[in-house]
Design a protein around this ligand. Structure first.
Ligand code: IPE
Ligand code: IPE
Ligand code: MG
Length: 237
């Protein structure tokens, strides 16, 4: 990966935990446990290799449609692993921020998320935990906040300013990875992904390791990002 250009902001739709477990004859919750372990591994790997911002889609607003037992298990992972998450962030000097709604989360989970953010805010590399996240809801929430905060003519709203009303004011996503073979965005970072490169892999998230991450970076390096303009070869034609 040495000669490759590293995307500053990588986002991953961490999908396939359930299928990973089912494939091994295990209950789905084992897949979430394994997914949690892998989220730490891949976060460490990404930052060690020069990524500055990593957004992981860990639980969507729509995931509340799942059986209560599964939702409860995912929530309990966060409670049980709080110390583990904090130690991990400190060891690796990672700042964790949360994107998502507090609505429908228990007060215990909300206070855990705030604690993680609070205790890691001195660090530079940003791990954006998308938890109870939905992109349409984020855009609506940003529009509402802007309207409430309204101090100027609506025409003065710029893209940059609007970005600052999102859950986190981060630079745009450069590379979006989705594991597990699905090729859809499932309400993830619609605004932030306006010009990102997509990379889809059949690998299930618990198996998405450093080697798989490198393949995504290689693919990214073979893309020609034009942003609507022309590439160098065609500029003078
Ligand atoms: C992703 O894995 C984790 C969450 C959505 C919480 P899934 O649980 O969606 O795994 P599959 O897609 O059923 O295999
Ligand atoms: C997207 O995965 C959400 C997360 C990975 C957290 P889903 O498994 O919920 O997405 P769909 O339902 O297949 O679109
Ligand atoms: Mg899924």
């Amino acid at each position: 990966m040495k000669d490759n250009k590293i995307p500053a902001h990588v986002a991953i739709i961490c999908d396939g935990n359930g299928r990973w477990a089912t494939n091994q004859g295990l209950p789905r919750w084992k897949g979430h446990e394994q997914g949690f372990k892998n989220a730490k591994e891949i976060t460490k790997y990404a930052f060690n290799n020069g990524v500055k911002y990593l957004s992981l889609y860990l639980f969507s607003t729509e995931n509340f449609k799942r059986p209560k037992k599964e939702v409860d298990y995912i929530m309990s992972l966060l409670v049980d692993k709080l110390k583990d998450i904090l130690d991990f962030c400190h060891e690796n000097k990672i700042r964790a921020v949360v994107s998502g709604k507090d609505e429908n989360l228990s007060s215990k989970i909300i206070s855990i998320l705030r604690k993680i953010e609070d205790e890691t805010k001195e660090y530079e590399n940003i791990f954006n935990m998308c938890f109870n996240y939905g992109s349409k809801a984020e855009i609506i929430d940003a529009a509402r906040k802007y309207a409430l905060d309204y101090k100027e003519n609506a025409e003065e709203l710029t893209e940059e300013k609007f970005n600052s009303y999102l859950y986190q004011n981060l630079p745009p996503v450069d590379l979006l990875i989705r594991t597990s073979g699905e090729q859809r965005i499932s309400n993830f970072m619609l605004w932030q992904c306006a010009y990102c490169e997509f990379y889809f892999t059949n690998t299930l998230f618990p198996d998405f390791n450093g080697e798989e991450f490198d393949k995504a970076i290689d693919a990214f390096n073979n893309r020609d990002r034009r942003y609507g303009g022309l590439n160098n070869e065609n500029k003078n034609n």
